[in-house]
Design a protein around this ligand. Structure first.
Ligand code: C5P
Length: 400
């Protein structure tokens, strides 16, 4: 027996299949061995030979490969790895999984396995958004299938939206997290963090924003990853470098942040550190607004969704621990206690942003972690230390 981890990598038939070659290389760098399984459609996009060369092992392609069935049965194949990964997971493969079909090698392995399954979906945005796919996603999540991605972005078909295969480093991180290669008090726990400001467009060049630097949210993401968590950071526009070893999703508006947050559930812990704009312009202008002699433009505002309150209020997918932030300028703790009740979250991390507190953009802060029954204060600490205190307390809470 060795400690070396291994995965069974099922490669579906999509244009993103070529990325699995890079994925195999990166996994091997992490000392994770890969046994590739290629669906019939997958063979249209990558060849068994290139996979076998990179993985340095045989590639399995067909259920009725007699040689394989005598040497290693599909049941054994489905169970000898530490984790089964499907990348790219096509709409078709996900539909088969959700319905328990087993009519080729890939779907048979997925039905026969007793190991955790992690999938990295990739498909056209309309296919992803189709109610049938969305139903399948819900079913798969209920069945305990883990997801990484998809990302929102431009796709090979020319459309833009959710459906892009996650970046290879993000898939590697998700795999490491799923097989508990990350060690620490938060290993095996998934955390979603919102960070930064949101930008709410007025027209193509102007927007409503705020002074949030994103530093506290990014520090939380970085420290959570070091403590072993599987981290998803959903960030509004900031100037900060993306922390390594985490899943990073960039958004601009509050509504995009809400959508990305809900699309990345379930998680064990959600921390809303973003300074979400309370309002957006109801109808942003399609063209740059011009100064006119007729007077000033009238901007009608609409309320943005409250992501923290939405998360706290979820029935099925509510994270075990929902944590919000409160930037206050006076009677900090009393105001934060009220906010805790109003938002329905488990903890509020309050900080003093009055002129003397001067937290925005700074590396130092003073925080009070407030739950329904307790207040714990940490004065003049770095944002990393504040993050560590919050996360260690969260780790303890989840073990209780
Ligand atoms: O209501 P207020 O903005 O003071 O609440 C702050 C907390 O609520 C923060 O955790 C922030 O991330 C979250 N929030 C949110 N969505 C909003 C407004 C605030 O998630 N629209």
């Amino acid at each position: 027996m060795t400690d070396k981890k291994s995965i069974l990598l099922i490669i579906g038939g999509g244009i993103a299949a070529y990325k699995c070659l890079e994925l195999i290389r990166r996994l091997k760098e992490q000392d994770i061995s890969v046994t590739p399984v290629l669906t019939k459609a997958g063979t249209e996009f990558v060849t068994p030979l290139s996979l076998a060369t990179l993985a340095e092992t045989e590639v399995h392609t067909d259920l009725f490969d007699l040689k394989n069935e005598t040497e290693i049965g599909h049941i054994q194949l489905s169970r000898q790895a530490d984790l089964v990964v499907v990348a790219p997971a096509t709409a078709d493969l996900m539909a088969k999984m959700a319905n328990g079909l087993a009519n080729d090698l890939a779907s048979t392995l997925l039905l026969a396995t007793d190991k955790d399954v992690l999938i990295a979906p990739a498909m056209n945005v309309r296919m992803w958004q189709h109610p049938a796919t969305q139903r399948n996603i819900d079913t798969l999540k209920q069945d305990g299938v883990k997801f990484v991605g998809p990302e929102i972005g431009d796709m090979a078909c020319g459309e833009t939206g959710p459906g892009r295969l996650s970046e290879v480093p993000d898939i590697v991180t998700a795999i490491q997290s799923a097989i508990h290669m990350k060690k620490g008090p938060l290993s095996g726990k998934s955390i979603l963090i919102t960070a930064g400001p949101t930008h709410e467009p007025i027209d193509p060049v102007r927007y409503i924003a705020n002074r949030s630097s994103g530093k506290q949210g990014y520090a939380l993401a970085e420290v959570a990853s070091v403590l072993g968590a599987d981290v998803t950071l959903i960030s509004g526009p900031t100037k900060l470098p993306v922390p390594s070893g985490i899943r990073f999703i960039e958004v601009e508006t509050a509504r995009e942040m809400r959508d990305a947050t809900l699309a990345n559930l379930p998680v064990d812990i959600a921390i809303c550190a973003a300074a979400v704009a309370d309002w957006r312009v109801k109808k942003s202008a399609g063209q740059k607004m011009k100064k006119t002699k007729e007077g000033l433009p009238q901007l009608e505002l609409a309320e943005n969704p409250d992501i923290l309150a939405n998360l706290s209020d979820l029935k099925d997918k509510r994270p075990s621990l929902v944590i919000g932030f409160a930037a206050e300028t006076e009677t900090v703790i009393e105001h934060a206690q009220k906010k805790l009740k109003k938002k329905g979250c488990d903890w509020i991390v309050a900080n003093d942003v009055s002129a003397k507190g001067n937290v925005f953009g700074n590396d130092e802060t003073s925080i009070h972690i407030i739950s329904a029954k307790t207040v714990e204060s940490f004065e003049n600490v770095s944002k990393e230390d504040a993050a560590k205190q919050i996360l260690l307390k969260a780790a303890k809470e989840l073990k209780l």
